[in-house]
Design a protein around this ligand. Sequence first.
Ligand code: HDD
Length: 707
Amino acid sequence: MAEKAKTVTGAKSTKAAQLAANTKDVHDKDWRITSDFGVKQTNTDDWLKVASEDRTGPSLLEDHFAREKIHRFDHERIPERVVHARGSGAFGKFTLFESAADVTSAGVLTDTSRETPVFLRFSTVLGSRGSADTVRDVRGFAIKFYTEEGNWDIVGNNIPVFFIQDAMKFPDVIHAGKPEPDNEIPQAQSAHNNFWDFQFMHPEATHMFFWTMSDRAIPRSYRMMQGFGVNTFTLTNDKGERHFVKFIFTPELGVHSFVWDEALKIAGQDPDFHRKDLWMAIDSGSYPKWKFGIQVIPESKEHDFDFDILDATKVWPEELVPIRYIGQLELNQNPDEFFTQTEQVAFCTSHIVPGIGFSNDPLLQGRNFSYQDTQLSRLGINWEELPINKPVCPVMNHNRDGAMRHTITKGKVNYWPNRFEAVPPAKPEEGGYQEFPEQIVGVKARLQSKKFREHKNQAELFYNSMSESEKMHIQNAFAFELDHCDDEIVYKRMCERLCEIDLGLAQTVAEMVGADIPQEQTRPKHNKKAKGLSQLEYMPATPTIATRMVAILIADGYDKVAYNGIKAALTAAGALPFTISPRRNKIYADGEEKGGSGGVVADHHLEGQRSTMYDSVFVPGGAKSIETLRKNGRAVHWVREAFGHLKAIGATGEGVAFVRQAVDLPGMEFSTAGDVVDSYGVVTASQVHPEGFKEAVQMAKGAKDFV
Ligand code: HDD
């Protein structure tokens, strides 16, 4: 890890080369500690004092080295982001395989020979900087494209819609979701009175809260979720024609989620789960990739839909507006330093490049004000000079000064026009940004178009489009969340709201949470479904278990042939096998002498980890090994819990009976086809049977749909 951290992408891109000029490496042997003003220091451990071998006297204020060290430490923190405080980032590249020149003149979307460097920051929304990764929440998906024409930021989420339609409500929705103001409880949770009170009071939030109660809000990995620009932007081509556009990223690994119990447990067992997952994948060369797509509506068709295409609480159903995939995003480099890169990176929806424009989406318009404003309070007026935020193209203008200005601009004038004609604005043919000459007619009013007032159709569309297991997860999520609301009016009214979408759902949830059970649907259903909403549609084209973590449970006396066989098969398929045993000292196979030259060193011991941290569990045979595991409650729990979380479980030889016993539930029957027992995602065989097991790993974590 240390070796990797030394390099800044080996100047893989223009951005990497620019960052390298600002990077120092602590591992260079020639360094000696200096003060911030450059003087070498001999001692940074002992404050200068009046002291002798026999007596310690007072510390001296004159020790400016000590004062500097303490001052610097006292001022290390900057304000955390008011939302999306918890996050992880990575560098990568964006490439195009098809030009979108028919709809835009933007170089980044038309030049197929370009490789645009990017930095992507994933985040949760509600929790503070130290909160857990796996909470139920929306995930941020913010990308900075360092294009040749300036920075282009897509500040998106992993959910395509939003809670509110107008930016002016943002402080309200966030206040309601964040910990409550009197006692600052709960941390990073939507399961509380204020959140659900807000949701009821804002019917426009209905569509979005169905998404946040779905499996999308508990992703297995940042690498396995979609990204959406959410807002409606515009594209303008060389002919001056304008189109409305939405941006979509779809992961090559497919869209996968935890089950809720797993997510809850990992929040305590490994709060950095997603952060580690991303870091490890990139560090080991398994670069996450997304297809980049656009949904495009010509300007002339703006009013052809029964929803307003500027309303961020609506999706553009793919049947009506197909996604055109034109590019690829790859993350391939971990940051060198968290603070200067992941923490100081700052995005703005207003960062667009020629060929891309805004729309009158009222959420976007307000965001365009908010992001610049928040960067001022977080980072100061010269935040765009920070290495991570700096464009790779030249920046020159007559803006000057402000705290922490780095650039030294030579010359006699700092205004335009001037007698030297120094630094004039760019002409359009020189690449100058041109606003689209949109005709606006209207009266001043605090209003939106009437289509903005319909809030339930797409919430129902989303719910109807879920598979049965996804619906069950949504029911359970509502039941969990409303159980955490102790104000009767909150959970009762929410059940009434659910009844407008689906009677069956409302009845189940009402019964669980102690509300009146509704008897009839309170809004007529349209019963329609749409493509692309169920995450089960996003299984990878070629099923894969690459980067999946498989725990192999062994104890002394394990079957070496089975162990080596499954390990080799998993490694060959790109999965990550981990050996888990009662201790981390060497474990010896059947026939190996204890203390001899054989044996394997386990990656972890059974108490140090939990099944939740792995995608799958495998138990090779070996009579003695199984005897030890059978007597170990934690080992039995590993298998049983993995089964409860719908994970693939494999076993061979004596492991088969152990697994069956561990997962045996009343009324459960295993079907047996020949030698291989394959039921409920459990694959057991008397011989190593990697193919069946691999398939089960793919299915169990992909579909979770066969319960
Ligand atoms: Fe926002 C951060 C995404 C609406 C105001 N937002 C922020 C981040 C993401 C989003 C991913 C984290 C960026 C990072 O990693 O640094 N926000 C969204 C999406 C929205 C949205 C997809 C709806 C379409 N946001 C929204 C509104 C407002 C804000 C309506 C205000 C009117 N958002 C902010 C902010 C943040 C922010 C307060 C906090 C930190 C930051 O900007 O840089 O300005």
